[in-house]
Design a protein around this ligand. Sequence first.
Ligand code: GLV
Length: 319
Amino acid sequence: MRKILITRAVFPEVVAALSRRFEVVHNAEDRPWPPEELARRLEGVSGAMATVMDKFDEPILAQCAQLKVISNIAVGYNNIDVPACTRRGIRVTNTPGVLDDTTADLTWSLLMAAARRIAEADAYVRRGDWKIAFGVQYFLGQDIHHATLGIIGMGRIGQAIARRASGFDMRVLYNNRSRLSESDEKRLNATRVERDELLAQSDFVVVMVPYSPATHHMIGAAEIAKMKPNAILVNSARGGVVDDAALVEALKARRIAGAGLDVFEGEPKLHPELAALPNVVLTPHIGSASRATRVVMCNAAAGNMTAVLEGREPANPVN
Ligand code: GLV
Protein backbone atom coordinates (compact mmCIF):
# COMPACT_ATOMS: atom_id res chain seq x y z
CA MET A 1 0.00 0.00 0.00
CA ARG A 2 1.36 3.42 -0.86
CA LYS A 3 1.94 5.83 1.95
CA ILE A 4 0.34 9.26 2.09
CA LEU A 5 0.77 12.08 4.57
CA ILE A 6 -1.92 14.50 5.80
CA THR A 7 0.09 17.33 7.32
CA ARG A 8 -2.64 18.72 9.61
CA ALA A 9 -5.78 17.44 11.34
CA VAL A 10 -8.69 16.91 8.94
CA PHE A 11 -12.18 15.42 9.30
CA PRO A 12 -12.21 11.73 10.40
CA GLU A 13 -14.37 10.68 7.45
CA VAL A 14 -11.73 12.00 5.04
CA VAL A 15 -8.99 10.02 6.82
CA ALA A 16 -11.22 6.93 6.85
CA ALA A 17 -11.94 7.15 3.12
CA LEU A 18 -8.24 7.57 2.25
CA SER A 19 -7.29 4.70 4.59
CA ARG A 20 -9.23 2.30 2.40
CA ARG A 21 -6.75 2.95 -0.42
CA PHE A 22 -3.52 4.10 1.23
CA GLU A 23 -1.43 3.76 4.33
CA VAL A 24 -2.28 7.11 5.92
CA VAL A 25 -0.13 9.12 8.30
CA HIS A 26 -2.32 11.84 9.75
CA ASN A 27 -1.22 14.75 11.93
CA ALA A 28 -4.24 14.28 14.23
CA GLU A 29 -2.48 16.32 16.91
CA ASP A 30 -2.61 19.31 14.48
CA ARG A 31 0.72 20.69 15.67
CA PRO A 32 2.39 22.37 12.66
CA TRP A 33 5.56 20.51 11.80
CA PRO A 34 8.73 22.57 11.40
CA PRO A 35 10.51 22.05 8.03
CA GLU A 36 12.96 19.40 9.32
CA GLU A 37 10.13 17.37 10.80
CA LEU A 38 8.02 17.73 7.66
CA ALA A 39 10.97 16.49 5.59
CA ARG A 40 11.46 13.54 7.93
CA ARG A 41 7.77 12.62 7.83
CA LEU A 42 7.76 12.81 4.03
CA GLU A 43 10.28 9.97 3.78
CA GLY A 44 8.76 7.14 1.70
CA VAL A 45 5.58 9.16 1.09
CA SER A 46 3.93 9.21 -2.38
CA GLY A 47 1.28 11.85 -1.75
CA ALA A 48 1.01 14.78 0.65
CA MET A 49 -2.23 16.53 1.51
CA ALA A 50 -1.05 19.90 2.78
CA THR A 51 -2.13 23.31 3.99
CA VAL A 52 -0.89 26.79 3.17
CA MET A 53 1.34 26.60 6.25
CA ASP A 54 3.45 23.76 4.85
CA LYS A 55 6.33 25.09 2.82
CA PHE A 56 7.44 22.85 -0.03
CA ASP A 57 10.63 24.46 -1.29
CA GLU A 58 13.63 23.03 -3.13
CA PRO A 59 15.47 21.81 0.02
CA ILE A 60 12.38 19.88 1.19
CA LEU A 61 11.57 18.52 -2.27
CA ALA A 62 15.18 17.33 -2.67
CA GLN A 63 14.58 15.00 0.28
CA CYS A 64 11.39 13.34 -1.02
CA ALA A 65 12.39 11.08 -3.88
CA GLN A 66 9.10 9.16 -3.83
CA LEU A 67 6.73 12.12 -3.73
CA LYS A 68 4.35 12.18 -6.72
CA VAL A 69 1.73 14.72 -5.65
CA ILE A 70 1.21 17.64 -3.29
CA SER A 71 -2.49 18.28 -2.86
CA ASN A 72 -3.10 21.64 -1.20
CA ILE A 73 -6.27 22.01 0.86
CA ALA A 74 -6.56 25.59 -0.41
CA VAL A 75 -7.07 27.56 -3.56
CA GLY A 76 -3.75 29.41 -3.05
CA TYR A 77 -0.48 27.56 -3.47
CA ASN A 78 2.22 30.13 -2.76
CA ASN A 79 3.54 27.71 -0.11
CA ILE A 80 4.74 25.45 -2.92
CA ASP A 81 7.62 25.99 -5.36
CA VAL A 82 5.59 24.85 -8.36
CA PRO A 83 8.39 25.11 -11.00
CA ALA A 84 10.63 22.98 -8.74
CA CYS A 85 7.83 20.40 -8.43
CA THR A 86 7.36 20.36 -12.20
CA ARG A 87 11.09 19.78 -12.72
CA ARG A 88 10.90 16.83 -10.35
CA GLY A 89 7.74 15.39 -11.90
CA ILE A 90 5.63 16.15 -8.81
CA ARG A 91 2.04 17.13 -9.51
CA VAL A 92 0.52 20.01 -7.56
CA THR A 93 -3.23 20.42 -7.08
CA ASN A 94 -5.50 22.91 -5.27
CA THR A 95 -9.20 23.38 -4.44
CA PRO A 96 -10.54 26.25 -6.54
CA GLY A 97 -14.21 27.13 -6.89
CA VAL A 98 -15.60 25.42 -3.80
CA LEU A 99 -14.64 28.20 -1.39
CA ASP A 100 -15.59 31.29 -3.40
CA ASP A 101 -18.86 32.06 -1.64
CA THR A 102 -17.58 31.26 1.85
CA THR A 103 -14.54 33.48 1.37
CA ALA A 104 -16.71 36.24 -0.06
CA ASP A 105 -18.96 35.96 3.02
CA LEU A 106 -15.97 36.36 5.35
CA THR A 107 -14.69 39.31 3.31
CA TRP A 108 -18.05 40.98 3.71
CA SER A 109 -18.06 40.17 7.43
CA LEU A 110 -14.77 42.05 7.80
CA LEU A 111 -15.97 44.92 5.62
CA MET A 112 -19.15 45.34 7.62
CA ALA A 113 -17.48 44.85 10.98
CA ALA A 114 -14.87 47.49 10.17
CA ALA A 115 -17.46 49.89 8.70
CA ARG A 116 -19.75 49.68 11.73
CA ARG A 117 -16.97 49.23 14.32
CA ILE A 118 -18.43 45.94 15.54
CA ALA A 119 -15.29 44.60 17.26
CA GLU A 120 -14.71 47.89 19.07
CA ALA A 121 -18.35 48.12 20.15
CA ASP A 122 -18.42 44.49 21.27
CA ALA A 123 -15.33 45.01 23.44
CA TYR A 124 -16.90 48.17 24.93
CA VAL A 125 -20.04 46.31 25.97
CA ARG A 126 -18.10 43.31 27.37
CA ARG A 127 -15.78 45.58 29.39
CA GLY A 128 -18.79 47.06 31.15
CA ASP A 129 -18.13 50.55 29.75
CA TRP A 130 -21.70 50.88 28.45
CA LYS A 131 -23.27 53.00 31.20
CA ILE A 132 -25.76 55.22 29.32
CA ALA A 133 -28.25 53.36 27.14
CA PHE A 134 -28.14 55.46 24.00
CA GLY A 135 -25.94 58.19 22.59
CA VAL A 136 -26.51 60.10 19.37
CA GLN A 137 -22.79 60.04 18.70
CA TYR A 138 -21.89 56.57 19.98
CA PHE A 139 -19.70 54.51 17.66
CA LEU A 140 -20.39 56.42 14.49
CA GLY A 141 -19.27 54.38 11.51
CA GLN A 142 -19.43 54.40 7.72
CA ASP A 143 -22.46 53.68 5.57
CA ILE A 144 -22.13 50.60 3.42
CA HIS A 145 -25.29 51.11 1.36
CA HIS A 146 -24.90 53.34 -1.70
CA ALA A 147 -21.13 53.50 -1.13
CA THR A 148 -18.45 52.59 -3.69
CA LEU A 149 -16.80 49.20 -3.45
CA GLY A 150 -13.45 48.75 -5.21
CA ILE A 151 -12.25 45.20 -5.83
CA ILE A 152 -8.64 44.58 -6.86
CA GLY A 153 -8.53 41.10 -8.35
CA MET A 154 -11.76 40.11 -10.08
CA GLY A 155 -11.39 36.34 -10.23
CA ARG A 156 -14.02 33.94 -8.94
CA ILE A 157 -13.85 35.22 -5.34
CA GLY A 158 -13.71 38.87 -6.41
CA GLN A 159 -16.85 38.31 -8.47
CA ALA A 160 -18.59 36.59 -5.54
CA ILE A 161 -17.76 39.67 -3.43
CA ALA A 162 -19.15 41.95 -6.16
CA ARG A 163 -22.39 39.95 -6.41
CA ARG A 164 -23.12 40.63 -2.76
CA ALA A 165 -22.83 44.40 -3.28
CA SER A 166 -26.08 44.65 -5.22
CA GLY A 167 -28.13 44.14 -2.05
CA PHE A 168 -26.49 47.27 -0.65
CA ASP A 169 -27.10 49.35 -3.80
CA MET A 170 -23.36 49.92 -4.15
CA ARG A 171 -21.36 51.18 -7.07
CA VAL A 172 -18.76 48.52 -7.90
CA LEU A 173 -15.38 49.33 -9.44
CA TYR A 174 -12.81 46.69 -10.22
CA ASN A 175 -9.23 46.41 -11.32
CA ASN A 176 -8.02 43.26 -12.97
CA ARG A 177 -5.43 42.30 -15.57
CA SER A 178 -8.11 41.20 -17.98
CA ARG A 179 -11.49 42.72 -18.50
CA LEU A 180 -14.64 40.73 -17.68
CA SER A 181 -17.02 40.03 -20.52
CA GLU A 182 -19.59 42.70 -21.14
CA SER A 183 -22.34 40.43 -19.87
CA ASP A 184 -20.43 39.69 -16.63
CA GLU A 185 -19.81 43.40 -16.09
CA LYS A 186 -23.50 44.02 -16.59
CA ARG A 187 -24.56 41.16 -14.32
CA LEU A 188 -22.23 42.39 -11.56
CA ASN A 189 -22.92 46.05 -12.28
CA ALA A 190 -19.13 46.50 -12.17
CA THR A 191 -16.91 48.97 -14.01
CA ARG A 192 -13.25 48.32 -14.76
CA VAL A 193 -10.96 51.23 -13.86
CA GLU A 194 -7.23 51.82 -13.37
CA ARG A 195 -5.97 50.93 -9.93
CA ASP A 196 -5.27 54.56 -8.97
CA GLU A 197 -8.78 55.59 -9.90
CA LEU A 198 -10.21 52.70 -7.88
CA LEU A 199 -8.13 53.72 -4.85
CA ALA A 200 -9.18 57.36 -5.17
CA GLN A 201 -12.91 56.68 -5.57
CA SER A 202 -13.67 53.70 -3.35
CA ASP A 203 -15.11 53.84 0.15
CA PHE A 204 -14.16 50.18 0.56
CA VAL A 205 -11.09 48.67 -1.09
CA VAL A 206 -10.93 44.88 -1.14
CA VAL A 207 -7.85 43.04 -2.38
CA MET A 208 -8.38 39.55 -3.73
CA VAL A 209 -5.29 38.59 -5.69
CA PRO A 210 -3.00 35.59 -5.20
CA TYR A 211 0.35 36.24 -3.55
CA SER A 212 3.40 36.24 -5.84
CA PRO A 213 6.50 38.41 -6.19
CA ALA A 214 4.40 40.54 -8.57
CA THR A 215 1.72 41.22 -5.93
CA HIS A 216 4.10 41.64 -2.97
CA HIS A 217 3.16 44.92 -1.22
CA MET A 218 0.76 45.77 -4.02
CA ILE A 219 -0.90 48.00 -1.41
CA GLY A 220 1.79 50.04 0.33
CA ALA A 221 2.20 53.60 1.61
CA ALA A 222 1.86 55.15 -1.86
CA GLU A 223 -1.36 53.29 -2.61
CA ILE A 224 -2.87 53.97 0.83
CA ALA A 225 -2.07 57.68 0.34
CA LYS A 226 -4.38 57.64 -2.70
CA MET A 227 -7.34 56.32 -0.70
CA LYS A 228 -10.12 58.49 0.73
CA PRO A 229 -9.85 59.46 4.43
CA ASN A 230 -13.12 57.59 5.11
CA ALA A 231 -11.95 54.47 3.26
CA ILE A 232 -11.69 50.97 4.69
CA LEU A 233 -9.20 48.41 3.38
CA VAL A 234 -10.00 44.70 3.49
CA ASN A 235 -7.40 41.96 2.92
CA SER A 236 -8.66 38.41 2.99
CA ALA A 237 -6.39 37.30 0.15
CA ARG A 238 -2.83 36.72 1.39
CA GLY A 239 -0.42 38.27 3.82
CA GLY A 240 2.22 40.26 1.98
CA VAL A 241 -0.17 41.65 -0.65
CA VAL A 242 -0.61 44.56 1.78
CA ASP A 243 2.43 46.17 3.43
CA ASP A 244 1.30 45.74 7.04
CA ALA A 245 3.82 48.29 8.41
CA ALA A 246 2.56 50.96 5.99
CA LEU A 247 -1.03 50.10 6.89
CA VAL A 248 -0.31 50.41 10.63
CA GLU A 249 1.20 53.87 10.06
CA ALA A 250 -1.84 54.94 8.02
CA LEU A 251 -4.30 53.62 10.62
CA LYS A 252 -2.40 55.30 13.46
CA ALA A 253 -2.42 58.62 11.60
CA ARG A 254 -6.09 58.06 10.61
CA ARG A 255 -5.17 58.57 6.96
CA ILE A 256 -7.85 55.96 6.25
CA ALA A 257 -10.77 55.07 8.52
CA GLY A 258 -10.10 51.42 9.14
CA ALA A 259 -9.21 47.95 7.96
CA GLY A 260 -10.43 44.38 8.10
CA LEU A 261 -7.69 41.78 7.93
CA ASP A 262 -7.83 37.99 7.78
CA VAL A 263 -4.25 37.48 6.57
CA PHE A 264 -0.94 38.97 7.66
CA GLU A 265 2.72 39.14 6.78
CA GLY A 266 4.47 36.41 8.75
CA GLU A 267 1.22 35.08 10.26
CA PRO A 268 0.44 33.93 12.90
CA LYS A 269 2.68 36.76 14.13
CA LEU A 270 1.15 40.21 13.80
CA HIS A 271 2.83 43.54 13.25
CA PRO A 272 3.57 44.53 16.87
CA GLU A 273 1.31 47.59 16.80
CA LEU A 274 -1.65 46.12 14.95
CA ALA A 275 -3.58 44.55 17.83
CA ALA A 276 -3.60 47.79 19.83
CA LEU A 277 -5.32 49.77 17.07
CA PRO A 278 -9.05 50.28 17.60
CA ASN A 279 -9.88 50.87 13.92
CA VAL A 280 -8.97 47.42 12.64
CA VAL A 281 -10.84 44.10 12.77
CA LEU A 282 -8.64 41.01 12.88
CA THR A 283 -9.44 37.37 12.13
CA PRO A 284 -6.99 34.43 12.01
CA HIS A 285 -6.96 33.33 8.33
CA ILE A 286 -10.47 31.87 8.35
CA GLY A 287 -11.68 32.95 4.90
CA SER A 288 -12.95 29.52 3.86
CA ALA A 289 -13.65 28.28 7.38
CA SER A 290 -17.26 27.14 7.34
CA ARG A 291 -17.67 23.48 8.27
CA ALA A 292 -19.44 22.65 5.02
CA THR A 293 -16.80 24.31 2.84
CA ARG A 294 -13.85 22.85 4.72
CA VAL A 295 -15.35 19.34 4.32
CA VAL A 296 -15.79 19.92 0.58
CA MET A 297 -12.21 21.27 0.33
CA CYS A 298 -10.78 18.22 2.12
CA ASN A 299 -12.76 15.86 -0.09
CA ALA A 300 -11.60 17.73 -3.20
CA ALA A 301 -7.98 17.57 -2.04
CA ALA A 302 -8.33 13.84 -1.28
CA GLY A 303 -9.85 13.27 -4.71
CA ASN A 304 -7.05 15.16 -6.45
CA MET A 305 -4.37 13.19 -4.63
CA THR A 306 -6.07 9.85 -5.24
CA ALA A 307 -6.44 10.62 -8.94
CA VAL A 308 -2.74 11.35 -9.39
CA LEU A 309 -1.67 8.27 -7.42
CA GLU A 310 -4.05 6.08 -9.44
CA GLY A 311 -2.74 7.43 -12.72
CA ARG A 312 -5.72 9.61 -13.57
CA GLU A 313 -5.80 13.35 -14.32
CA PRO A 314 -6.76 15.29 -11.15
CA ALA A 315 -9.76 17.63 -11.25
CA ASN A 316 -7.69 20.64 -10.17
CA PRO A 317 -4.17 20.50 -11.56
CA VAL A 318 -1.83 23.43 -10.90
CA ASN A 319 1.04 22.04 -13.02
C1 GLV B 1 -6.59 29.73 1.89
O1 GLV B 1 -5.91 30.61 2.26
C2 GLV B 1 -6.70 29.30 0.52
O2 GLV B 1 -5.85 29.70 -0.31
O3 GLV B 1 -7.61 28.54 0.21
